[in-house]
Design a protein. Structure first.
Length: 270
């Protein structure tokens, strides 16, 4: 079956590459898509459906929405759209919004607490619906913005994993849009006529100053040097660990010698 457009084919190729590179979807998987109704999660479910119809690997899809409990959130629009498209959807109504209001003072950024609470609900829902994978709509821009945020403001060199096994090893979180840009996700959702639904959280859209600054920086750099973002994404898969200063990656010479001599002893025994 042909893709609906050359653009869809291009995004499907990128998503397939991510699936293969990081072993994201296997035969028989039940993939639970975290569907907020934002452009990225719509793009994700729409693309996965397009792939599902063509991929040699058989997998099923179910969408799950974690409603934070904000009064104006349009979950009826989400439900209606999924019904029209034939997408199986579960909406979990929660009081995450209230919990955040109670726990945090007005100046604190609630996003990390919110993400933890939502992640907990998603894990529980994954067990309930029998999902073997939890797919999230983070795209390439999210990866490189997170890399820069950590580099500039947290003193650590990390982005986010395309595939993450939970600490208790019961859940696998996947990010199949790692090679798809934010602009592509936006355009794909728009072309598909999917209604972008705001999450209604008071800080949503009012991104942290640091993230706004990083976004502006990337925009300026990309204007001046087209391809910068692509290079950053490539760098995430091309780490020269010996050229970093992390002593856990580069142990001192005597420790390295000890490790090597142990390896030698083991190979003589086996
Ligand atoms: S912007 Fe709002 S909904 Fe999004 S992570 Fe932050 S607190 Fe949660």
């Amino acid at each position: 079956m042909a893709y609906s457009s050359a653009f869809e084919k291009k995004l499907a190729r990128k998503t397939t590459r991510a699936i293969v590179d990081f072993d994201l979807i296997e035969e028989g998987d039940r993939v639970m898509v975290g569907l907020s109704g934002g452009k990225d999660s719509w793009a994700l479910i729409h693309l996965l459906e397009a792939l599902q119809r063509r991929a040699p690997v058989k997998f099923s899809l179910i969408a799950v929405n974690v409603d934070s409990g904000y009064r104006d959130y349009k979950h009826e629009t989400l439900a209606r759209t999924c019904e029209q498209r034939g997408w199986d959807l579960r909406i979990e109504h929660t009081t995450i919004g209230e919990i955040i209001d109670e726990k945090l003072d007005a100046r604190a950024t609630p996003c990390s607490l919110c993400a933890r609470l939502r992640r907990g609900v998603l894990y529980r829902m994954a067990t309930e619906v029998g999902a073997t994978k939890i797919a999230l709509g983070h795209h390439a821009d999210d990866f490189i913005e997170t890399l820069l945020l950590n580099l500039f403001f947290a003193g650590t060199l990390k982005a986010m994993p395309a595939r993450l096994v939970s600490d208790d090893r019961r859940h696998v979180v996947i990010r199949p849009l790692v090679y798809v840009s934010e602009e592509e996700a936006r355009e794909y959702t728009e072309r598909a006529g999917l209604p972008v639904i705001g999450c209604c959280c008071p800080v949503c859209g009012d991104l942290s100053l640091q993230r706004q600054r990083v976004k502006r920086l990337l925009l300026d750099l990309e204007r001046e040097h087209p391809g910068v973002k692509q290079s950053m994404l490539k760098a995430l898969g091309n780490v020269a660990s010996r050229h970093l200063l992390d002593r856990r990656l580069n142990p001192p010479a005597e420790l390295r010698a000890e490790v090597l001599s142990r390896v030698d002893q083991v190979s003589m025994v086996t």
